[in-house]
Each structure stands twice: as C-alpha cells, then as structure tokens.
Design a protein around this ligand. Structure first.
Ligand code: TIU
Length: 222
C-alpha cells in the first residue's frame, strides 16, 4: 500500500483502486452570468483554483489513473428538476431559464459545460447529476464498481455543497475519500474551512484532506 501524508493521519491507498473525482467545474459555477452568480456569489473564487485542479487532473492522467468528472445539470424538459429545487430562494434567474450562457444548468447548454481548461478527455467518465450528491439518480456507483475504485480523491466545487455531499455519500458506501484542499473552493471561505475541519474530525469521520502536491507526490512514490 502507498501513502499520502494527509490529515488527520496518513491516507493509505492501492494505486490499482484509486480514482480522481472532479466535481462540477462548470462555467455555470465559475463565470459571471451563470447559476453561481445568479445566487449572488463571487464566482472569481472558483476561477482561482482552476490551475490547481488542472495540475491534479494531469497528475492522475500521467499516472494512468482514472479521472471522473461530474456536472450538476437537468434535462431540457425539467423532468428531473423538483419544483422545490427550482423555486428555492430568490435567484436573478432560475434553473432552466435563458441566461447569457444559454439555459441555466441544462444539459448541453454552453454555460453547463465543464471549463475548457479542465475538459474531459475522450473516454473519461462524465456523470450528469440532478442533485448535489453524485450518487443520486446517476450511474456513478456502477461506474466506480466497474473501475474497481475503492479510494477516491475529490476536487471541485463547492466544498460544502456538492463536494461534501458526494464525499458523505461515498463514505457511507464504503469508499475511502480524500479531499484535495487546494483544488476545492467555496463562495464562502468560512464554509470551506468548516467543511475541511468537519470532514477530518473525529478520526476522519468523513475522510482525509491533503494538498494537491502531497497527493501527486504520494502517487509518484507509489
Ligand atoms: N456544485 C455545487 O456545489 N452546486 C451548488 O449549487 N453549489 C453552491 O454552493 N450553490
């Protein structure tokens, strides 16, 4: 078994069962005029982690390890969008409405796409998910089983919403989860700090955290 110097204690892994999961690095969360901005958020915070996420993705690819991408999005007919989700809060534009980058969070629209710098390569798994967690109403769990993945490294946005929800879902299903702390971001710095702390509290109750360089070094040494 190989090791990454993580918190709250080293994360041991078998390279044969390791995969990277990049959560929702979509234009809708990172660019003005998208869903994240419609909720009143400063999306420039998400832009800042793009080079680090890219480095992590490229490290996994170079090591021949799987990279899985997720996208929060809905069908054009909104059949997978509960009214409770669409009608929540007071956004400037709602999911499904026409915005500056096409219909907000709708599959196939320009704003829903993964950022060009982080685009999936042909053959990489892309999971379209209607919820915050990646397991709900998707083939994510089946794809992980098909890959034989047991240890998952997470990156993406936002730390306390889709990343944390997916990590908790994965943890309950028996996966060991490590969050790359500099390759994830929140619109709220205090929420990111709290999410990292609660993930690794109580002896890694949800999982581990480490920097991108620590993850990549651990993989290189394996
Ligand atoms: N991907 C994800 O986290 N979806 C969100 O809606 N996040 C917010 O923080 N709003």
């Amino acid at each position: 078994m190989a090791e990454i110097p993580a918190a709250p204690f080293p994360f041991t892994f078998d390279p044969k069962s390791m995969a990277l999961v990049v959560i929702d690095m979509q234009r809708d969360f990172a660019e003005p005029g998208g869903f994240g901005a419609s909720l009143g958020n400063d999306v420039s915070r998400v832009q800042k982690i793009v080079p680090t996420v890219k480095k992590l993705i490229e490290g996994f690819r170079a090591a021949g390890l799987p990279v899985i991408h997720t996208m929060e999005c809905h069908r054009p007919d909104l059949s997978d969008l509960p009214p409770a989700k669409r009608d929540r809060g007071n956004p400037t534009i709602r999911i499904g409405d026409e915005g500056p980058m096409g219909r907000v969070l709708i599959a196939g629209e320009p704003g829903t796409a993964i950022l060009e710098e982080l685009a999936p390569l042909p053959g990489e798994i892309v999971i379209e998910k209607p919820g915050k967690g990646a397991f709900y109403a998707t083939p994510f769990g089946d794809e992980l089983k098909r890959l034989g993945a047991q240890q998952l490294v997470f990156a993406g946005v936002t730390t306390e919403v889709c990343v944390q929800t997916t990590m908790r879902e994965a943890n309950d299903r028996g996966y060991e989860c490590l969050l790359a702390e500099d390759a994830t971001e929140s619109y709220f710095p205090e929420f990111k700090a709290a999410a990292l702390a609660m993930i690794r509290a109580q002896g890694a109750i949800v999982g581990w955290t480490a920097t991108t360089d620590e993850v990549l070094q651990g993989i290189a040494d394996a």
